[in-house]
Design a protein around this ligand. Structure first.
Ligand code: HEC
Length: 236
């Protein structure tokens, strides 16, 4: 009985050792065959060095001066208002005060026109004003073209393409303009009971429209303004 157990244990042990020898051998042979000069695990030949860290010989890049990003932030309706109040100039810059109280300057083409022509600007999914109020005034909604400077100034109700329709700019008095009344919409409701623009505007859009980046902070050029001019040394 005792012998039987011993035999069994020795048998298992022997089988285990044979298994390991066969396994290691087969792994060796799979890699190296019958050769005894196998160098599969030899060290790699020296490689051409590839520099991974390029020495910094260039001067360190200058950190952008503080305020290099000097765009202003203002609500869309207020930006259009500033442009109208300034007499709606086409090319000349107009001044406005942004949400941080900074004095800023913008221009019609760079800052105001995008509010009339770009989609997704007033809210995600918004159509640009000019997709309904487009340049073909005979078919455009309200026979009004908001796609261009001339169109905005010409106004609405130009069914036969009249050069001048109903002024929507209030003659430069922003709060009295139809444009303001159609755009200023607390909780999505205009104060005149007409649908807020852009048509379909959800109540979640702020009364004065979304905050946008526009224009630039007006800064005095270096060396001008407050800097005292040098007093010339009197010549004897
Ligand atoms: C989806 C089409 C559509 C879009 C986009 C749209 N509008 Fe309108 N707009 C209309 C319709 C329709 C009316 C007439 C609303 C009414 O029943 O009072 C209108 C009326 C107006 C009026 C009044 C014109 C008048 O003489 O009575 C103004 C101003 C106006 N829109 C400006 C804008 C502005 C600015 C935008 C972009 C911010 C805009 N609209 C985007 C369809 C649109």
């Amino acid at each position: 009985m005792k012998d039987d157990v011993q035999k069994l244990l020795y048998g298992i042990l022997a089988a285990f050792v044979i298994l390991i020898v066969v396994w290691v051998g087969s792994v060796y042979m799979a890699g190296c065959g019958f050769s005894l000069t196998c160098n599969k695990a030899a060290t790699l030949p020296p490689l051409t060095p590839v520099p991974t860290l390029i020495p910094a010989t260039m001067p360190a890049p200058q950190r952008a001066a503080a305020g290099a990003f000097n765009k202003c932030q203002i609500a869309a309706v207020n930006l259009i208002g500033a442009w109208v109040s300034a007499g709606y100039p086409e090319n000349d810059p107009f001044t406005f005060t942004d949400v941080k109280g900074r004095t800023c300057q913008g221009t019609f083409y760079k800052d105001v026109q995008p509010l009339f022509v770009e989609s997704n600007l007033w809210y995600p999914g918004a159509q640009g004003c000019s997709s309904c109020h487009h340049s073909d005034v005979k078919t455009a909604l309200m026979n009004m073209d908001l796609s261009s400077y001339a169109g905005i100034l010409a106004g609405s109700h130009r069914a036969n393409g009249e050069p001048k329709g109903n002024d929507i700019l209030g003659g430069g008095i922003w709060e009295q303009s139809l444009l303001y009344q159609m755009l200023y919409a607390p909780n999505g409701q205009t104060t005149i009971g007409r649908p807020a623009m852009p048509l379909g505007r959800p109540a979640s859009v702020p009364a004065e429209g979304p905050l946008i980046y526009a224009g630039q902070v007006v800064t005095l050029a270096e060396g001008t303004g407050s800097a005292p001019s040098p007093t010339p040394t009197p010549t004897p």
